[in-house]
Design a protein around this ligand. Structure first.
Ligand SMILES: Cc1ncc(COP(=O)(O)O)c(C=O)c1O
Length: 452
């Protein structure tokens, strides 16, 4: 049976589609609509909250709810939303059908595994396949050192709490970095040092100083397509990071979450410069397959295998066997390789379009990082302009971007950054979207937007 608030959503959507509500226009107040539709205030609040989640409407404190769109366009048909804020992969590129076949097969092949608990580190057959597949990105590791995790985030979250052989207790991370890692750090109240990452990478003198002066147990780094900056280290930089880690007895977590998408086939992971175990390598299947599978991999040093296995067991016993079995079949059949080759071209094209658009349409007061990445990049706004203000302002132009404040630890926070992901933006809209962002920045500059 249709719930009451779903009926309300439908009613509002009908009004939008029939042109009775115009882009930019204020929606009826909660009280008025509840009287008009003869339902409770709670029903209307819930319906508006759902429509806000779908980015059809937005709320302005003390003013009410408005239809997404610009005031100027009120006589034309609603303009298409350009969404740079959705961080996931392009839905149309996710191999849902192929994976469905693999899941169906896995239910048969791995039936026996369903009747008992399985290995904490993952199915043996999958770890063998992963060992082969990782060689494509220059990671040579035996199946015994490979652990299947419920999303690479799980590996990161478990690793930061483990004791390391160097006996140190502080974590060093790039700033900014992705929100889930920030959550891991802050929710555990760990000792953390940050190092700024810009479009020039990191300052090696500063990194050495941190390694030298502080008790750094591990350095967490995203070696390519960093989230949010989109930065990728050169081979030279990767080698230098490994050398500094060796010199000061620091471990490295190399998060290579999208390594498969790199078109530069000569790019080495940091792992290749020290396969002995100083570099812990992680990768994700969320961006290249389906995020809902929650599948990731960690390559661990011998010295951490035991404590990691116990932590993984304590967290969720093991990653579900059917999704693991399906991945084994997907890798083994060659489907993964074929899929990745297509994806690389697809996202690279988006990255190229984005960089060109940045160069052409951003005002000189703004900078950007990571233009080549087909996923993430940041725009650095003029010093006194808040990312949040710009994000709110751009909603009126049907453009969604993400304020990057939550991607910093409180101590290193910068408020004048926005993150853009082009992964879900149609190619034809990339330039148009950046043009509108450039226009929005100019408008706020003219208004004298300030941090206060
Ligand atoms: C850089 C980075 N590493 C790791 C993750 C976690 O990915 P997963 O879905 O595999 O847990 C994310 C998620 O977006 C990410 O951006």
């Amino acid at each position: 049976m249709e719930k009451k608030y779903e009926g309300t959503i439908k009613e509002i959507e009908d009004r939008i589609n029939e042109g009775r509500l115009k882009p930019g226009e204020r929606l009826p107040s909660v009280r008025r609509l509840s009287k008009e539709l003869q339902c409770s205030i709670n029903t209307i609040i819930k319906a508006y909250a759902e429509l806000e989640k779908k980015h059809r409407i937005y709320s302005v404190p003390k003013s009410g709810y408005f239809l997404v769109g610009s005031h100027q366009s009120s006589n034309s048909s609603p303009k298409e939303l350009i969404d740079f804020s959705s961080a996931g992969p392009d839905r149309s590129r996710m191999p849902y059908r192929d994976y469905q076949h693999c899941m169906n097969q896995a239910i048969e092949f791995y039936k026996e595994e369903m009747f008992h608990y399985s290995e904490p580190l993952g199915l043996e057959q999958l770890r063998q396949q992963l060992s082969k597949q990782l060689q494509d990105v220059q990671v040579f590791a035996p199946p015994e050192r490979i652990c299947v995790v419920s999303g690479s985030q799980q590996a990161l979250d478990l690793l930061i709490s483990l004791s390391f052989p160097n006996g140190k207790d502080e974590i060093c991370t790039e700033q900014p970095t992705h929100p889930s890692f920030i959550q891991s750090l802050t929710s555990r109240n760990l000792k953390v040092s940050g190092i700024e990452i810009t479009n020039q990478g990191i300052d090696f003198t500063r990194l050495e100083q941190i390694f030298k002066e502080r008790e750094i147990k591990l350095f967490y780094t995203v070696s390519r397509f960093q989230n949010p900056t989109g930065y990728s280290y050169s081979n030279h930089e990767r080698k230098k990071i490994v050398e500094l880690a060796q010199k000061y007895d620091v471990y490295i977590i190399e998060d290579d979450y999208m390594g498969d998408l790199d078109t530069k086939r000569k790019a080495d992971p940091m792992f290749a410069y020290d396969p002995s175990g100083r570099v812990i390598y992680t990768k994700s299947f969320s961006k290249v397959l389906l995020p809902g599978l929650r599948l990731g991999v960690a390559v661990l040093p011998e010295a951490l295998l035991d404590s990691f296995t116990r932590a993984k067991f304590a967290a969720d016993v093991h990653t579900p066997v059917i999704t693991q079995g399906a991945l084994e079949i997907y890798l083994q059949s060659g489907m993964y390789k074929a899929h990745i080759q297509k994806l690389r071209r697809y996202y690279k094209k988006k990255g190229t379009l984005l960089k060109k658009a940045y160069l052409e349409h951003l005002p000189p007061e703004a900078g950007f990082t990571g233009g080549e990445s087909g996923f993430y990049s940041t725009v650095e706004l003029p010093e006194r302009m808040k990312g949040k203000h710009l994000a709110d302002h751009l909603i009126h132009k049907n453009v969604l971007v993400q304020d990057a404040t939550a991607m910093y630890l409180p101590k290193y926070r910068k408020e004048n950054r926005i993150r853009l992901s082009v992964s879900q933006v149609k190619d034809k809209n990339i330039t148009l979207g950046i043009e509108k962002i450039g226009e929005g920045i100019r408008e706020l500059l003219a208004k004298g937007s300030s941090l206060v």
